[in-house]
Design a protein around this ligand. Structure first.
Ligand code: BGC
Ligand code: BGC
Length: 651
């Protein structure tokens, strides 16, 4: 379909595009000289097209077609007919942006991949979604634990399987591109993206993210690949570079509150950048990652989208990255108030595709102008497009995409849910266990469960579920923690649910499920990580009415629980487990041992923050964290003796 013999057509189209580009530039901008592009732009008639299909295609493409490849548009802002008119290369469904929330078939059949573009060259569109814990946006998808829980589980082989299962669900709706994994190495848990990241520890991030990338990208056994296909789906390690190191209070993003850290400034030396953050990219490149997303954040005052040194020299040069670099959502716009300058700077810094996401015509105009003024060379554009087309080939998108679609039966399948349940139980970190509170006997007389998080699917899934920010309530089919407890106990056991923990009499076991409500990105930035008054009340109420009290924390990061800690006999950090709450019950009732270990250092108070393996050195006694990185009872850790002696812990 794509290799036309007519070599005159590109020349004609080029002239047409050039003229139309000139027309589109507004009168307020400086006059533009005709571009010196015709020589390199077209293959001369006597030269045979290169045998490499990507080179052959590139040789036929007009400037407009090439710029289109570099343009990614949010699906709901793409006007009818425009993807063909502007030769759009990629489409994204942002957080919560689904065609019709519950209709997977519509997503698969109508939207993806705007299957056969009606363009001259028919170059397929690459469709992207943020499937950071399964396709959270898709109703009925398997929602795996958020990365923080997988970081606690620290099980690379399981990560590979989760990557593959996620890819299967993506392929079922025809989506080939996943904006995951986040390989940030957060150094400050006040950052709202802590839960999207595996760990504060570089090595843990490397081990888990590379396994996940393998799962997303490797062709499964027995898979019938399309022509040229070597990638199952495309992973995107993000956000390059230093997103987890931004200093508190340096955020430049003021649209949503609080944005204290997110999109801020990473004030570290180059050596520290290389030590903390670069290894995950090096490992990802070695594992075969073919797209990498740039970070909104800055490095010592300059936006990463403008950092030619880090993108061109280090990533593409030193690390030998051969895939393409995508901007973050409107990230280029943040470089300068002058949009044209921002675009030129980012493209020359090495950004190959712009996640625009809305005003694609403005971007396309700026690109054309950049070429005409000689601010962006055609070599740079060819390099970007070559990288993008290569990946499209490797994804098999030029093959028969319809027959290449996965099966809708994979979405939320039993096998995937079983995998998610395993991931949940492995993610549980046992922080405290006294008076043999755990495991709970399945034939206990009476159990009282309390707290809003005990029976709320939206809360246990967290952000990037249904909506960008996530939401409370019945957002996805699955098992809540309360339902899982009810399903685990003997028929003789009474399980009572009381949202606020008020109860007549005394139960043998009280289980308080408390923590955070959903958020995403900078909206989740916070300076105070203590439990809400409501949750504190739940714990105190339940303490009065239960012989043994167990607290389960549902949260996207360690919370400050020092004062409440003595109140309960047992504490379990369950993070944001996703749809399979049964995995929590697997741990509580002793069907499986607790095996999770802390992926982040746990602070004793908010005044200790930022606290991480780098800042913790030398802190002892009551100045030490409540729990160190890697802590977890049941796997060799024992209760740190010191916390008991600290004044703030005496009730
Ligand atoms: C998110 C998108 C989301 C959008 C909403 C972005 O920052 O990443 O996925 O839909 O904001 O404005
Ligand atoms: C986020 C990215 C995400 C993109 C698309 C941005 O706001 O920073 O992580 O991939 O939106 O949703």
């Amino acid at each position: 379909m794509i290799f036309r013999k007519n070599r005159l057509l590109p020349v004609l189209l080029l002239i047409a595009v050039t003229l139309s580009a000139c027309n589109r530039v507004t009168g307020t901008e400086t006059p533009i000289q005709p571009p010196e592009i015709s020589v390199t732009e077209t293959a001369t008639p006597e030269v045979l097209p290169p045998s490499d299909p990507v080179e052959a295609l590139l040789a036929q493409m007009t400037l407009a077609e090439k710029i289109g490849q570099m343009t990614q548009v949010e699906q709901y802002s793409l006007k009818a007919g425009d993807s063909d008119k502007y030769f759009i290369g990629s489409v994204i469904s942002g957080g919560g942006s689904v065609p019709t929330t519950a209709d997977t078939r519509e997503w698969a059949e109508t939207f993806v991949p705007p299957a056969a573009p009606q363009t001259r060259l028919g170059i397929p569109i690459l469709y992207a979604v943020d499937a950071i814990h399964g396709i959270g946006a898709l109703y009925g998808a398997t929602v795996f634990p958020q990365p923080i829980g997988l970081g606690a589980g620290n099980h690379p082989e399981l990560m590979r399987q989760i990557g593959q299962a996620t890819a299967e669900e993506m392929r079922a709706i025809g989506i080939s591109w996943n904006f995951a994994p986040i390989v940030a190495v957060p150094q400050d848990i006040r950052w709202g993206r802590t839960y999207e990241s595996y760990s504060e520890d570089t090595q843990r991030v490397v081990a888990l993210s590379t396994a996940f990338i393998q799962g997303l990208q490797s062709l499964p056994k027995d898979f019938v690949a399309a022509e040229g296909q070597s990638l199952y789906t495309l992973a995107t390690p993000k956000h390059y570079l230093g997103d987890g190191g931004t200093a508190f209070g340096t955020s430049t993003q003021n649209i949503f509150k609080p944005y204290l850290i997110d999109q801020g400034d990473t004030q570290l030396t180059e050596a520290e950048m290389r030590e903390y953050f670069l290894p995950a990219y090096q490992a990802a490149v070695e594992t075969g990652a073919m797209s990498i997303m740039v970070s909104f954040s800055s490095w010592n005052g300059t936006k990463m989208h403008a950092q030619s040194y880090w993108i061109n020299d280090v990533l593409k040069g030193e690390l030998g990255f051969e895939g393409f670099v995508v901007s973050d959502w409107g990230g280029i716009d943040q470089i300068s108030e002058n949009y044209y300058e921002a675009v030129v700077t980012a493209i020359n810094a090495g950004v190959d595709m712009n996640m625009v996401p809305y005003d694609y015509v403005k971007f396309i105009n700026a690109m054309e102008r950049g070429v005409m003024k000689g601010d962006i060379t055609l070599e740079r554009i060819d390099d970007a497009v070559r990288r993008i087309l290569n990946v499209k080939y490797q994804l098999g998108l030029f093959g028969d995409t319809q027959s290449n679609l996965g099966s809708l039966d994979d979405i939320g399948s039993e096998a995937h849910r079983a995998l998610a349940r395993q991931a949940v139980r492995e993610s549980l970190v046992l922080l405290k266990n006294e008076n043999s509170a755990l495991p709970i006997a399945k034939d206990a007389d009476s159990i009282i469960v309390a707290g809003i998080a005990a029976n709320d699917m939206g809360i246990q899934c967290g952000g990037w579920t249904t909506e960008w920010q996530g939401e409370t309530g019945d957002v996805q089919p699955g098992t809540t923690i309360l339902e899982a407890i009810r399903a685990a106990v003997s028929p003789a056991t009474t399980v009572t649910y009381s949202q606020d923990g008020q109860f007549e009499g005394t139960a043998e076991i009280g289980i308080a499920v408390v923590g955070e409500t959903p958020y995403a990105e900078g909206v989740g930035d916070a300076s105070d990580l203590s439990l809400s008054d409501k949750d504190l009340q739940v714990i105190t109420n339940l303490r009065e009415h239960s012989q043994k009290l167990i607290v389960i924390l549902i949260s996207g990061r360690p919370l400050v629980i020092t004062e409440q800690f003595p109140l309960a006999d047992a504490w379990v950090a369950a993070w944001l487990p996703g749809t399979e709450g049964a995995g929590v019950a697997d741990g509580l009732f002793g069907d499986y041992p607790f095996s999770g270990t802390l992926p982040y250092t746990w602070p004793r108070s908010k005044d200790q923050l930022p606290l991480n393996t780098h800042t913790v050195e030398g802190l002892t006694g009551c100045a030490a964290p409540l729990f160190p990185f890697g802590y977890g009872l049941g796997v060799g850790s024992s209760q740190p003796a010191e916390w008991l002696n600290c004044p703030s812990n005496m009730d």
